[in-house]
Design a protein around this ligand. Structure first.
Ligand SMILES: *Cc1c(COP(=O)(O)O)cnc(C)c1O
Length: 429
């Protein structure tokens, strides 16, 4: 593949970044390794668009990897952050914005009776698991292959996102003893979960699941799968932990738990609830969350937790979402899916499109995957070529077959039409 011709601004910056950061980036997927292209250096986003330092405008489906459900730089969010910043930044004690955002989350997601804010999704998941272990007095965690739950040691085992992208089984530097506390099972296989409970009676603290896997590309749960996880955890004295860092406020105001009608014991959140600012949160049943310090013995803390600017951005974002534009977002995404399917068929391309709400993946394989093994059996080189053709036409897709495309409320008919026009060319290439 011919490398993109770079104009000076980005190539000079990329070179400096490569001298500073491992792989030139501060998070692996930004390096574009999986698609064999130089990484982008972005300087601005507005609505459905981002601009790179060479002045090129792209219609954006990375969506900041999840947070940008309103599009970039939504005026209400910019205004809220600007206003909050005049009062200073972290002040080191509780501020009223934390209470406001916490209450907005609980209104939307009633299973979150009490919660705690963190600075990232990684911390939220790590802490929720600590609570689950403390509450049950058990050490083992069940997770699913291809799901990503942040980069804490025990959860990197057969994880998705950047790990799937680079086709590495996990991470170096994770102690064997820690990895051994995670049982990794195939997604969408109820029998595998039953068998794990049978093999480890009274040892499994929690089952952690992305209710829709969005980090191996989009892999939805088969009908009744989440209900079965609910029943099995309950029957075996284990907790059910929904990692809704992506799906929360994405698939519905009340997240996947509202959309699928299944109530977990603990929930982790991030991304959208911070409106693009750093954030995470974990919460759930009051009796479980009451175990957290200073009330009780589970320690968890954060200098920047509940940061006023993150809270302000989150409150403004959730206010926009409470206005109830999910039906319109669903309609946009459904039209997008139909148009992509039509473009692929016209070009004689055998692809499978998986979509739940505004999360979507075009898999370069004949059928929709039901688990990570099937997802990983996609034609990555075909995806890379498709990505490159789309990029050359001003459409920015996630730089990996195994990341979800994010449609936002700022994507209108004009952007979808332009994207489908480009897709016809890219599928034919
Ligand atoms: C992004 C993500 C995380 C980690 O959140 P960070 O803020 O990147 O630490 C955890 N779980 C899921 C499902 C995610 O998509």
């Amino acid at each position: 593949m011919a490398p993109t011709e770079l104009r000076p601004a980005s190539s000079a910056l990329i070179e400096r970044a490569e001298g500073l950061f491992p792989g030139g980036v501060n998070s692996p997927v930004r390096a574009f390794r999986a698609v064999g292209r130089p990484p982008l250096v972005l300087e601005r986003g507005e609505g459905p668009h981002v601009w790179d330092v060479d002045g090129r405008r792209h219609i954006d489906y990375i969506g900041a990897w999840g947070p940008a459900i309103l599009g970039h730089a939504h005026p209400a969010v910019v205004e809220a952050v600007t206003r909050a910043s005049r009062n200073g930044f972290a002040l080191g004690a509780t501020n009223s914005l934390e209470i406001e955002l916490g209450e907005a989350i609980r209104r939307a997601m009633p299973s979150v009776e009490r919660l705690r804010f963190t600075s990232s999704g990684t911390e939220a998941v790590m802490s929720a698991i600590r609570v689950a272990r403390a509450a049950t007095g058990r050490d083992l965690i069940v997770k699913f292959a291809g799901a990503y739950h942040g980069h804490s040691d025990g959860l990197l085992v057969e994880a998705g996102s950047g790990i799937a992208t680079q086709a590495i089984a996990g991470s170096a530097g994770v102690p064997h003893a820690v990895a051994a506390t995670s049982i990794v099972l195939p997604f969408n296989d109820v029998d595998a979960v039953s068998a794990a409970f049978a093999a480890h009676p009274a040892e499994i603290a929690a089952v952690i699941v992305e209710p829709v896997i969005a980090n191996a590309g989009v892999v939805p749960p088969v009908p009744d799968y989440l209900q079965s996880l609910r029943a099995l955890t309950r029957a075996n004295g284990a907790l059910l932990l929904f990692d809704e860092v992506i799906t929360g406020f994405r698939l519905a105001l009340g997240g996947a738990q509202e959309r699928f009608g299944v109530t977990p014991d603990l929930t982790t959140l991030g991304k959208i609830i911070g409106g693009g600012m750093p954030i995470g949160a974990y919460g759930g049943r009051a009796d479980l969350m009451n175990l957290v310090a200073p009330a009780d013995p589970v320690y968890q803390a954060g200098t920047l937790s509940g940061h006023p600017l993150s809270m302000a951005a989150g409150i403004a974002t959730l206010e926009e979402l409470e206005a109830g534009r999910y039906a319109a977002l669903e309609a946009t995404a459904a039209a997008f899916e139909a148009g992509l399917a039509d473009a692929a068929t016209s070009a004689g391309r055998d692809v499978a499109i998986a979509r739940v709400g505004s999360l979507l993946t075009v898999f370069f394989r004949p059928t929709r995957p039901i688990d990570a093994t099937e997802a990983l059996a996609s034609d990555r080189e075909a995806y890379a070529r498709y990505f490159g053709s789309m990029l050359d036409q001003g459409i920015l897709l996630p730089p990996s077959q195994f990341e979800a495309w994010f449609v936002s409320m700022a994507h209108g008919p004009a952007e979808i039409a332009a994207t489908l026009e480009a897709a016809r060319t890219a599928f034919a290439a």
